[in-house]
Design a protein around this ligand. Structure first.
Ligand SMILES: [Zn+2]
Length: 273
């Protein structure tokens, strides 16, 4: 069965949608115009009719017709879905999961990712990471479980493939900070060959990850890679372990702040909470 998103995309042309806001001119196989998202005098805003995508080479924004409507109308995905469904004459069922707020979808995506990383840690690909955590870091299974530590495998599309099978769109993975948009062939995993620490807000909901390199590899970014700023993850607002510590902090009136995630977890395991 067609999802409403596919249904809408098959009935509408991105060129018509964008032309309601931005005058476009033919430029080879594509169309171009002045970018509505940054000031410019020469057009660097491109629309690809064949791929039904847009991209601005000036401000580097881009996406499909849904992301365009979200940006230009300053609305979230569920509202953009309603706007375009109306244009396309597609009826949306109220209980459609795509209508749930973008935040809720992102929370579920991150939670599913964390569970999947934890499963990988216990699997064949995670053997070395698990050995590191148990032997070098002396963490016990209860601790791994409590903090939901995981492992992101080496491949380029491991998590991406899993999330796609769960019904998430590539754009949602990018928005959640779990995937990066490649130039040539779609999206790929942001975290590869890393031990994964879920980051939680003070309610305990997963809002992002820190990934620690298992093998030093300069080409693969730094030793630690964090989720970028997203709808849910704001670096300044997240203090690792606060969701677990806040009651004790309130009760005892003191808080111990240490440098790394591993320090927090080791202290927690040692009974310092
Ligand atoms: Zn632009």
């Amino acid at each position: 069965m067609f999802s409403p998103v596919d249904d809408i995309k098959s009935r509408l042309d991105i060129v018509d949608i964008i032309q309601e806001y931005v005058p476009l001119k033919m430029a080879g196989a594509n169309l171009k115009g002045l970018c509505p998202f940054h000031r410019e005098k020469t057009p660097s805003f491109m629309v690809h009719r064949g791929r039904q995508m847009w991209h601005c080479f000036g401000c580097n924004l881009g996406g499909d017709m849904f992301t365009f409507i979200q940006k230009i109308e300053n609305i979230e995905f569920p509202e953009a879905l309603e706007v375009l469904a109306k244009k396309a004459n597609v009826e949306l069922k109220r209980e459609d999961p795509q209508l749930r707020s973008e935040r809720q979808r992102m929370r579920e995506l991150l939670s599913a990712s964390a569970q999947w990383f934890a499963v990988q840690l216990q699997g064949a690909q995670g053997a070395e990471a698990l050995r590191y955590l148990k032997e070098t870091r002396v963490l016990i299974p209860d601790t791994l479980e409590e903090w939901l530590l995981g492992y992101a495998p080496k491949g380029w599309e491991e998590l991406t493939r899993f999330l796609r099978a769960k019904g998430y769109r590539d754009q949602e993975m990018v928005n959640a900070g779990m995937a990066l948009a490649g130039r040539a062939r779609g999206v790929y995993d942001r975290f590869r060959d890393r031990i994964m620490f879920p980051l939680r807000d003070h309610h305990g909901a997963i809002v992002g990850f820190t990934g620690r390199q298992l093998h030093e590899n300069k080409e693969e970014g730094g030793k630690y890679v964090n989720t970028p700023e997203t709808l849910l993850y704001h670096k300044r607002a997240v203090l690792f372990g606060l969701d677990k510590a806040k009651q004790d902090i309130r009760a005892q009136g003191i808080a111990l702040v240490v440098e790394g995630q591993m320090d927090v977890i080791s202290l927690w395991q040692a009974g310092i909470r």
